[in-house]
Each structure stands twice: as C-alpha cells, then as structure tokens.
Design a protein around this ligand. Sequence first.
Ligand code: CAA
Length: 284
Amino acid sequence: MDIQQVMVVGAGQMGAGIAQVCATYGYNVTLHDIEEEHVEKGLKSIRKQLERQVNKKQISQSDMDRFLQRIHLSTKIRNSESQDIIIEAAVENIEIKKSIFADLDKFAPDHAILATNTSSLSITEIAAETKRPEKVIGMHFMNPVRVMKLVEIIRGLATSDETFRVVKKMAESLNKSTVEVNDFPGFVSNRILMPMINEAIYTVFEGVATVEDIDEVMKLGMNHPMGPLTLADFIGLDTCLYIMETLQEGIGDDKYRPCPLLRKYVKAGWLGKKTGRGFYNYSN
Ligand code: CAA
C-alpha cells in the first residue's frame, strides 16, 4: 500500500511534531483534535518550529509555505474517512485511546492502518476495540519528534507482517531509524528510561544529592544530553507517573513502584516545563 494521506489525532506536543515531520517529507496531513483551539495551538507550534528552521537557514521560506499548505485542520473524527493511515497521539490514557480507536474503526476506510504513538500502553488491548486488529500497530516517536531519529514500532498480538512493513517503510521515508518491538508494558524505550528517571527522583526524595547535582552526574559522568530530572520535566511528570504505573501494574513487580515524590508533584500540578514548575522552576 502506498501511503499519501495521514491523519494525526491529538495536536499536543507529540501530535504537532509528528504532523510537522510528515508534512516536511511530502505527506498530506490532517491534524485533528477535539477542540478548534487545540488544533490552532498545534499549528502555531509547527509554524514556530518551521520559522526557527528558516531563521537558521535550514529551510527556505518557500519550503515552509509548502509544508504548511500540506497541513489541514480537523475537529471531526469523520475526516478519517479519506486517510491511508491515522496516527493517534492523544493523551496517555487507555480508556480515551480505546474510545478513539473504536471511532476511527467506524469511519476510516478498510485499507487504513490505525497506529498509536502510545509510550507504554498495550497495542493488543487498543486493537481489540477494532474489527481490524491486524491493521493496528504502535508507532512510537520520541520527543522532540523532528530531532530524534528513532521510531519504535510495536507489533500487537494480531498485527500483520504487511502492516509492519508499510509502517516501517513510512517511518524510514520520514528519515527515521526503526526498531521492531513486541507488545509489552513500556516496550523497550520506557521499560529502560522510566525506571532510571524514577530512580533519580528517589535519589532526590532520599536526600542523596540536589536536583542539579543528580543531573550533572548523568550529563557529565554518563554523557547524557539532559539530566534525568530535566528530561522528566521535559516529558511531563504526569506522563512519567502514568508510565511507571503502567509498568508496575502490567509487569506486576513492585520494583517499578513510582516514587512518592513524583506522585506529590503531580498532585500539586507541578507537571514540569508545560506548567512552569517541576523539578526546576520555569516561571522566568
Ligand atoms: N522542540 C523541538 N526541537 C528542539 C527542542 C524542542 N523542545 N529543543 C531543541 N530542539 C532542536 C533545536 O532546534 C536543534 O535543531 P537543529 O539541530 O536542527 O538546529 C536541535 O534540537 C538541537 O538543539 P540545541 O543545539 O539547541 O540543544 P541541545 O544540543 O541541547 O539538544 C535536545 C536539545 C535534542 C532536546 C537534547 O537535549 C536531547 O537529545 N535531549 C534528550 C531528549 C530525549 O531523551 N528525548 C526522548 C524523551 S522520551 C520520549 O520521547 C518517549 C516517551 O515515551 C516519554
């Protein structure tokens, strides 16, 4: 199957990034969210990113105009009826994702692939909401989408070889490298990344070192581009907590228990960069 029409469901940080990359590499993109305000905000962030690239002379103004012309906005899930692939990047909540997939299954054409950008939830469970589980797959982009080279492709229990092949080819056409992963909580990326972040939070919780010094150890000592606490703020502490809960519940091992300090910050609404406060203060 030749993919031309791509719908991205969810116009937040990840959805906007995926839409931008797809438009850059020649796909016609429909960026969808439930509220007009959300899609407008997503488009605004894409425009800002592209302007930055124009200012750095990485792309020309006419490239930017061409990329933006390929992006259409949608608030009606029925618009999935003209798509070849739908990539869902909505909030990381299994009930919400299941409901989106049930709707997509009603409207999307029979040939369409339904992909999810979930960072830890079960592809198999999401696929079971549809009558086409063989066409449901995980397509996990990393943040920031334009910069990070990896797409983790996750096969649900029923995902067909053909669906896997088409999605791999599409990810490669976006200049990404892919890895093939089987459906298991957290896949590979978050099975390894999140316990490290959670351990860094325990290290703050137990007063072993300051937030800045913990980050410094991992940056200067291990050559990580960002310290784990900066990275947690960047990902969103609510997302980090949700992924740890998914690991703990899904694998059934308390070694994945979320740090109480992470819970406390989420309860306080300190969700990281997006709310101006997390392990660091972004109010300035
Ligand atoms: N959004 C979009 N692009 C960004 C960005 C952002 N927030 N921050 C930086 N960039 C871009 C810059 O525009 C620049 O692009 P060009 O090379 O094309 O000019 C590039 O990233 C490098 O930026 P800088 O030189 O300013 O900064 P840097 O060298 O410090 O790199 C970084 C920034 C790429 C974000 C780097 O710090 C990094 O790699 N951090 C780790 C990111 C990471 O681990 N991501 C995975 C998160 S986990 C995930 O996504 C999965 C999940 O399920 C939770």
